[in-house]
Ligand binder design. Sequence first.
Ligand SMILES: [Zn+2]
Ligand SMILES: [Zn+2]
Length: 134
Amino acid sequence: MALRGSCQCGGVRFEVPDHFEPRAFCHCATCKKLSGGVGTANGRLRSEEVTILEGEELLRTYQPEEGTAKTFCSVCGSNLFGGGWPESESSSVRLAAFGLDYDRKPEAHTFVRSVAAWEILPEDGLPRYEIRAT
Ligand SMILES: [Zn+2]
Ligand SMILES: [Zn+2]
């Protein structure tokens, strides 16, 4: 089963297999800035499993001083891939790209060392990791 993802403006469309391992929320400081909110929700897979169907020329990659490269749509700013895509062996795909009907929930909260003073971490019973899930 393939999953189809897109950015907010629809200029970038991509496809991935639906077998993320794991799926997790990232509360790191970079994900907060990039998302404008509490962070990102991600699925991990091998970078080569991401197929860009449309809008490859719209993608821009940003390398923060700390952490891995993040890729977004240069038209609408949607944050689509992290974890060093496409060069790294494995990458993060932002679950928001799949829209509201995607129903496979993240399994952990990662980088909770970077929970902001204004942020509310939900009491959802999921394991919490200071940095990454181990
Ligand atoms: Zn876009
Ligand atoms: Zn993060």
